[in-house]
Design a protein around this ligand. Structure first.
Ligand code: 9WN
Length: 448
């Protein structure tokens, strides 16, 4: 009998998740990412539910340990072992009175995929267990979404703002690099942008010890990211003080698309447990439903993130323009326009869709982090959105190609959209988890 190739894909994915499991959560990848990340855990739980539902629930419950008193879910919960002490100290979240006392976290968030993961797990449970599960997660989610609007939408325009590119999850995406160079370039950067300076920065970097430097952010950009982080820390992670004199805040298309979908899931959760969402949150959710339209650019016919303070569009095309498909709040007409971009060979159509920036972008580089390669999490989100808008063939192709990438090379962090070359971290958890989900949910003929 011919060997079914999917047997090994699914098994490799399960092995990766096993290998990266730590007590009550899954790290994204050994060496490079030794802590727990917020949106990683949500994606990971979506895959884990096919292997072990208790473990999937534990993965999400463990995120709540890091929740701040004001409702924020931090982007990282730091490992407690000795080797992680440098990272804990670098962030000093304890400077803010809202930070939890018994765990160490960062002072910023990441895309709110949590409600999606909660619902996806709920779908696997009988009604009694589902209600109990949703009840457990309901208040933390309400607190988190309320915080997002209270602290991150000070202008009440229905779009949450981000204060650091790491919050977007698409760290080195061009709009962020653009804003960084425009508004947050310290005077001393040019002085150290030379050979010796680079040698010094490289010696301090841990990531490039594990991944070829050309596949990560460049030395100067990463230093500038660290510099912004230090500035936020000096304001004790206090949003009022941060925004009082900042020019560096972005209303990010991808983040807000994810928030819109998460709101819908939160409404489902509330309905299932028979609770009314707080009135203020209901109003905010309502107001944000049409807000993505503010980010549509007629002329370029796509969505752009914008500077949250000036409201100027940041006209750097990226994969984020496709995420409103996932939000589900745009018109069918808009969805069709986005699908055209997906079919355009100069933009996003590629042998291994979907590249993180279009081929026409001046930033495009096939192996460079969020500036070209295909990532499985954005594929998962886009395919989910396409399917709900009725573009089933497009959704299927993206999933099929994602699985093929992992079948050929293993669950890497990202892949060249042109030739499938694997890049970034090996044995990357969300790649493994989401491919398992694609195999289990979408009869791709590769399931074992
Ligand atoms: C910083 C863990 C995280 C992902 C992000 C990805 C990358 C971190 C880094 O890894 O970011 O948060 O060190 O570059 O960009 O999306 O959550 O997998």
């Amino acid at each position: 009998m011919e060997k079914d190739p999917s047997v090994s894909v699914a098994q490799i994915c399960r092995d990766t998740l096993e290998q990266n499991w730590r007590d009550d959560h899954t790290i994204p990848a050994g060496n490079l990412y030794p802590h727990q990340w917020l949106w990683d855990s949500a994606f990971i739980a979506i895959g884990l539910r096919h292997i072990d539902i208790d473990r999937a629930q534990t993965e999400l419950r463990s995120l709540l340990k890091g929740q701040w008193a004001n409702g924020m879910l931090p982007h990282i919960i730091f490992a407690e072992h000795e080797k992680a002490s440098r990272d804990r100290y670098l962030w000093q979240a304890w400077r803010n009175p809202n930070a939890p006392e018994d765990v160490n976290t960062t002072g910023m968030t990441q895309p709110p995929v949590l409600a999606e993961a909660v619902v996806k797990i709920g779908e696997k449970l009988n009604m009694k267990d589902r209600r109990a599960w949703y009840l457990d997660m309901y208040q933390p989610l309400v607190d988190y979404h309320s915080w997002l609007y209270r602290e991150r939408d000070p202008q009440n325009d229905g779009l949450a703002l981000l204060i650091h590119p790491w919050e977007s999850g698409l760290d080195s995406s061009p709009p962020w690099i653009d804003q960084l160079h425009m508004h947050s370039k310290p005077w001393w950067i040019n002085l150290i942008d030379n050979r010796l300076g680079h040698i010094a920065i490289r010696a301090l970097r841990r990531d490039t010890r594990h991944v070829p430097p050309g596949q990560r952010m460049n030395d100067i950009d990463i230093l500038m990211y660290m510099n912004v982080m230090q500035r936020l820390k000096r304001k004790d992670w206090d949003i009022e003080r941060i925004l009082a004199r900042s020019h560096f805040a972005v209303e990010d298309v991808a983040f807000n698309s994810i928030l819109l979908r998460a709101n819908e899931h939160l409404e489902t959760i509330a309905k299932t447990v028979g609770h009314e969402l707080p009135q203020e949150l209901q109003d905010n959710i309502q107001r944000s439903k049409g807000a993505l339209e503010e980010l549509w650019d007629t002329g370029h016919e796509q969505y752009f993130s914008r500077n949250a303070l000036t409201h100027h569009a940041i006209k750097e095309p990226t994969i984020a323009t496709l995420l409103p498909l996932y939000a589900g709040t745009i018109t069918k007409e808009r969805a069709k326009q986005l699908v055209q971009l997906l079919h355009d060979k100069k933009q996003f159509d590629s042998p291994y869709p979907v590249p993180s920036v279009p081929f026409t972008s001046t930033y495009y580089n096939h192996l460079s982090y969020w500036q070209g390669p295909t990532w499985i999490n954005t594929n998962w989100l886009i395919a989910d959105g396409l399917e709900r808008y009725g573009f089933k063939d497009e959704a299927k192709r993206i999933r099929q190609k994602s699985v093929e990438l992992v079948a050929a090379s293993g669950p890497y962090e990202y892949f060249s959209a042109k030739d499938g070359t694997p890049a970034g971290a090996k044995n990357f958890s969300w790649t493994a988890a989401l491919v398992l989900d694609m195999l289990s949910e979408h009869s791709l003929q590769l399931e074992n």
